[in-house]
Design a protein around this ligand. Structure first.
Ligand code: NDP
Ligand code: MG
Length: 360
């Protein structure tokens, strides 16, 4: 039986993973559970899955727990920048990583992958688009570009964005996810993070990553080959499949993980996105081209701006203004080569973002 440590166990990714284990879709033994605030739920889960848990209250506690509860693979479903430390600790403890926490890749960049290589561990993406590409490219080496699909969020085509509330922004049309990623999906900052994530995961330049708006979220991503053909991965919009396939990592044959698609009444559409409508996606391409600490600053600024929007301090349309202002300071030319350097860049970007909030 495959052993799995689950980080972010009380969130959307963690819950989907545990449901898949309950339903027998993922054959795995849970060795430990980690979350942040929700101790009541964590205690219930720990009783049900007969394993220990911790609340991540300090780096030392997290490290001790991860090192004393080894597994074949860790599923990192922590939300936000603190996921990076957990990802690194899991690699250092000798575990492969089923990685939903895209911030780990965006912030850690080359450093994260070189640490995985040094430790001889694999990083398997859980984000549905990257999971699709990860599986598609295993059979093809002649890839010319990646085509990432975006649902377009709840406001695609809408013009009056100033009055949007956090509740409206968090209400995603096709996916049920945590609040931060849902709001990011509406601004397409989530797609921006995913473009950066794809750049590092697949070691591919920004010019070879396309984004197409696909409202149905059935085609999870595609690859173009040099011969002109395109391969796509299709499945219902359900995170169970990318989570199960990453954690299982080819160990067992998988059956009936999601319901089969019916083609008797299925319309698939693909549309262009525009820079004016989605400035945060456009900015992510700039950030991926520049690399250095720009991706760290993009992520940190977006986290600060989204929180300020949730707290009612800024308008919906100010999120992009804050992130762009932070990136435009051009303080981000240093390439970080350690965890501490990454966290210093992250802290500086948060400070600059807070200053931008005050000047709005
Ligand atoms: P949620 O907000 O639903 O859940 C976040 C989880 O992380 C909770 O269990 C929370 O614990 C825990 N957590 C937060 N901070 C810490 C911390 N410092 N240490 C330990 N645990 C912490 O988020 P999602 O599940 O939606 O997203 C998680 C990650 O997966 C994000 O990076 C997101 O971008 C990515 N992702 C999510 C998808 C989805 O469908 N939800 C799809 C693709 C990627 P507590 O409840 O105790 O606060
Ligand atoms: Mg995704």
């Amino acid at each position: 039986m495959r052993k799995v440590l689950i980080l972010g166990a009380t969130g959307s990714i963690g819950t989907t993973a545990l449901n898949a284990i309950r339903a027998g879709k993922l054959k795995a033994k849970v060795t430990g559970l980690v979350a942040f605030h929700n101790e009541n739920k964590l205690r219930e889960l720990s009783n049900e899955f007969n394993c220990p848990y911790i609340l991540n209250t300090s780096s030392e506690i997290l490290k001790d727990f991860i090192f004393s509860h080894p597994a074949d693979i860790a599923l990192n479903g922590i939300a936000g920048a603190s996921g990076l430390e957990a990802s690194l600790l899991c690699l250092y403890a000798g575990m492969d990583l089923a990685l939903a926490n895209k911030e780990s890749v965006v912030m850690g960049g080359k450093f994260l992958f070189s640490e995985a290589e040094r430790m001889g561990r694999k990083i398997i993406p859980v984000d549905s688009e990257h999971s699709a590409i990860y599986h598609l490219i295993q059979d093809h080496s002649d890839v010319s570009s990646l085509v990432i699909t975006a649902s377009g969020g709840p406001f695609f085509g809408r013009k009056d964005l100033d009055s949007i509330t956090p509740e409206e922004a968090a209400n995603h049309p096709t996916w049920k996810m945590g609040r931060k990623i849902s709001i990011d999906s509406s601004t397409l900052a989530n797609k921006g993070l995913e473009v950066i994530e794809a750049g590092f995961l697949f070691d591919i330049s920004a010019d070879r990553i396309e984004v197409t708006v696909h409202r149905q979220s059935v085609v999870h991503s595609m690859i173009r080959l040099t011969d002109g053909s395109v391969y796509a991965q299709l499945s219902p919009p359900d995170m169970t499949l990318p989570i199960v396939s990453a954690v299982n990592d080819g160990n067992h044959e998988l059956h009936d993980v999601v319901s089969p698609l019916s083609f008797s009444n299925l319309t698939l559409t693909f549309q262009k996105w525009s820079e004016e409508e989605f400035p945060l996606l456009s900015l992510a391409y700039t950030v991926l081209r520049k690399k250095a600490s720009f991706p760290i600053a993009y992520n940190a600024a977006d986290e600060v701006a989204v929180q300020a929007f949730i707290d009612g301090k800024i308008k919906y349309t100010d999120i992009a203004i804050v992130v762009k202002a932070v990136i435009d300071t051009c303080l981000w030319t240093k390439t970080c080569t350690s965890y501490n350097e990454i966290m210093e860049a992250d802290a500086l970007a948060r400070k600059v973002a807070c200053e931008c909030l005050l000047s709005l």
